[in-house]
Design a protein around this ligand. Sequence first.
Ligand SMILES: [Zn+2]
Length: 268
Amino acid sequence: MMKYIAAYDTERPEGLPAVRRLVEIHKALQVPATFFVVGRVAEQYGPQLRKLWEGELFDIQSHTYDHTHVESHPPDEVIANLELNQRVLRRELGIVPVGLRCPGGLAGGLRDYPHALQAVAAVGFEFVSAQARGPGGSIPAPLQDPYWYDDYGYADLLEMPGHGWHDNILTAQTPGGLPEGMTPPRTPGQAAAYWKRDLDRALELGLRYFNPIMHPWSVGGFDSRCRHVEMVLEYVLEQGLTATTFAAEASRLRHEKTSQPSRDGAVS
Ligand SMILES: [Zn+2]
């Protein structure tokens, strides 16, 4: 049965009130969540964030030190940036990330960016969530299952795509991303309906998990009570879906891969 993964790209200081509200909602509903964190935000709000994210419900991972687009820089610069963020998140939040969400999101993940793939693997990440757009950089992002970068030379690196609408684009807070002629939703119920539809489609497809792409700054910018996100989580629970985190799902997928015999049964 498909699982639900709530995740929030925590990249702007003005998103802090929404992080607070989202944590309240997740605690009240007992639904886990992953926060992908930019080091600069952790440096600014380390003690508050550390306290908010205490406990088993929250999974904290990397979103680069300063929201660098990993595909646009030479590997040594990207490695330095990602390693800096590992140190910053360890110091400020007391965690060492095992996964990275790539700022911006790419169609096809890192498959077209061997240098970025090399850099991400060099830092030792277990998973990367780079695939979050459709052809030509379009959204909504396609509903696709996770995969390994075996064929690209990194058999141990797992791609965990994000799916569907990006909240900042859907609500037109990042201008220019909506399909032509589309009117952004105006009420929490209207916004939640887009993700519910994506979730229904993902369920029909039998996806391994469904992860809509959300950002505290734009979730809070649309509705400071984050009611639209709460409505999606309530829908997840109504459907009887299990919610998990990126780290937990990555670890399960790795276990599955290593415990399966090779496809042709041969030992090479
Ligand atoms: Zn981002």
